[in-house]
Design a protein around this ligand. Sequence first.
Ligand code: PLP
Length: 471
Amino acid sequence: MDAIAKPPRTSPRAQIPSVDRVLSADAGRLAVARFGQSAATGAARAQLAKLRATAADGGAPPEIATVAAAALRDLEARDAPSQRRVFNLTGTVLHTNLGRAVLPEEAIAAVIEAMRHPTTLEFNLDGAARGERDDHVRGLARELTGAEDACLVNNNASAVLLVLNTFSRGKETIASRGELIEIGGAFRLPDIMRRAGAKLREVGTTNRTHPRDFEEALGPNSGLILKAHASNYSIQGFTAEAAPSALAAIAKGANIPFVDDLGSGTLIDLARYGMKRERTVQDALKDGADLVTFSGDKLLGGPQCGFIVGRKELVRACAKNHLKRALRLDKLRLAALEATLKLYRDPDSLAARLPTLRYFARTRAEISAQAARLLPRWSAALGEGWRCGARECASQIGSGALPLETLPSAALFAAPSSKRKGRALDELSRKLRALPVPLIGRVHEDALLLDLRCLDDEADFVAALAQLAEA
Ligand SMILES: *Cc1c(COP(=O)(O)O)cnc(C)c1O
């Protein structure tokens, strides 16, 4: 290492090297090449200023290579992406905080193509008329749901907002007290209604609402009747809910739209994959909904977006609302959505190609076998002080779909043998989060659990365990 030649004066501050000398060390040159002259100079200056501030009499002169390496490390840390890949081992398949649905390869390829090149986003190759961007998925959405028409927006919250603003601005939206939902974060139905300019007309009680409650609320200022899926909760016991078909008939009689906000909105019968049957979009339309709203990145397994499907003139009214311009999809998500929807044309291969469904369809036997296979490496990575094993657990669907339903699954676990269990578990969770690709599990009954339901890249996971062993 090129230690700094002793300068004539003995003050430690005088021994601090120049920026130029730091940048001509190996790490300094690398910093310039990767991050540019000005960023590298700034980082070297910052290191030197730190040295100046802490320089003490009698201290050893700083090594130039050490200073340059510290500057490079700072630049690298600043450059690391903020949004990073993680392993979702939480057991919640559609985890909102981890980005919900993982997209199918077909969608990934379509997005890359659309990113790299100009596209026919709003351009008709067969004529002069300008195309409409939703046309790329409108036909597919109609084909798969049986709806007359479809309109796409940023997410389902946008879909609900646009529908309310289109049909209920300055008018009443009639909704059951039992369905005035709040779904994680900022989606609270009464707040969305207010923002849309709609007046909330609550009917019924928290546990029981009857068709006559809706009938009695009808008046000259009624805008629409809204039914919202009870996402994330369930009302049980002495309950009554007005059937969608009854609400459809009441709305029809009053000549106002009946809107069914399904939230997750699946296009297929989940019973086929061993899950409880969730009302599908097709069911909601058959039950008489004039408009159905649902998300693209929940059970559907596609990109974040919101669907408005249903009667043609009503969907067109939403599409013509000026708010639509502020809520529209970009070319990347339209490309991802088109590719995802196309997979639904072949239901038999869907579970193999759509990651969300593939995760749902995995059996406990399959996941247990994977846990047994990985257990030796997990134990080896943790070492002393831990009792490791594989055990059964229950995964959740997430994002409010089938809120009470769990899927039989299996997990690797680690229980601390020390007395201070809470602290040991916190430290382990932190270590797992500090890995280059963080492992996100969950703590349950004094143990850390890694639910393997969503683990399909086993080689990468094994590499992460090797890094954990070294950490
Ligand atoms: C999830 C959900 C929403 C919000 O959908 P986003 O796609 O997250 O905007 C609205 N309504 C219901 C019933 C939901 O479950």
